[in-house]
Design a binder for this molecule. Structure first.
Ligand SMILES: [Zn+2]
Length: 254
């Protein structure tokens, strides 16, 4: 069983920290301070750093971590991350012997050009591509790419735990309700996640099964989502990629 702890950074980032009794690996350390504090407090040695994409709020802390811990830094080939020591892309495996765990690398472009996800031990670390009840903005990729990337993630088992990069869940649910006001699973999710936030807890991880039931960006073939996209566009479309592009655009203005 993989023990995964959220270390908070900035306003709403999570630096997911994989650990056992002696070692830890971190995913997307946007800043070093909170990680060094955690490692010191828990008396853990850093074993590896994993990056999903090049945005500074995900890689900005790597250089300072490397000053204290000489560890491999995994991250996407074809993205400008100066601190990488092991460039990876789809088909590669990342093994962290100190934690007894391995991850498959998936290419999931869309938010950025070469964004990757790490999948292993029933867990998915997907950065800013799939969010709880939402998805990342299209900064460097197309709607087609992002739609295909989300489809690739959605094909993983339903009980996969989803660890994404930000605590955006309640705002995302607000938008999802505008797209699918009649979705009962969404209403139940909102109640539960509001409760979690009120008691200061993360809404993550979620599961892929839950995302498929509530996340409008994974539901572009559902009649209710298609109808809302048509209303937003004032046009008749049904192609899932165009539905996806429409609701992504709508969310940007929401
Ligand atoms: Zn990002």
């Amino acid at each position: 069983m993989l023990d995964v702890v959220p270390v908070s950074a900035f306003r709403d980032n999570y630096i997911w920290t994989l650990r056992n009794k002696t070692h830890a690996a971190v995913v997307d350390p946007g800043e070093a301070g909170p990680v060094l504090d955690y490692l010191g407090r828990e008396k853990l040695a850093l074993a590896a750093i994993l990056a999903t994409h090049h945005h500074p709020d995900h890689v900005g802390g790597i250089a300072a971590l490397l000053e204290r811990h000489e560890v491999p830094v995994y991250g996407p080939r074809n993205e400008p991350i100066a601190t990488l020591t092991r460039a990876v892309s789809e088909g590669d495996t990342v093994t962290i012997p100190e934690l007894g765990v391995s991850f498959s690398v998936l290419d999931i472009p869309g938010h950025t050009r070469a964004h990757v996800a790490y999948y292993g031990a029933g867990s998915l670390f997907c950065g800013d591509t799939l969010f709880a009840c939402g998805c990342g903005r299209l900064f460097e990729g197309t709607a087609e790419q992002m739609f295909a990337s989300l489809g690739k993630l959605a094909a993983l088992p339903d009980d996969t735990k989803v660890y994404c990069g930000h605590e955006y869940t309640l705002a995302n649910i607000g938008f999802a309700k505008a797209v699918e006001p009649e979705n009962a699973a969404l209403t139940r999710r909102e109640k539960r996640d509001q409760g979690l936030r009120k008691s200061g807890k993360p809404t993550l991880p979620s599961t892929l099964g839950e995302e498929k039931a509530t996340n409008p960006f994974l539901r572009c073939g559902e009649p209710a989502v298609i109808e809302s996209a048509n209303k937003y566009l004032g046009a008749r479309i049904a192609d899932p990629v165009r539905v996806f592009a429409a609701i992504r655009d709508w969310k940007n203005r929401f």
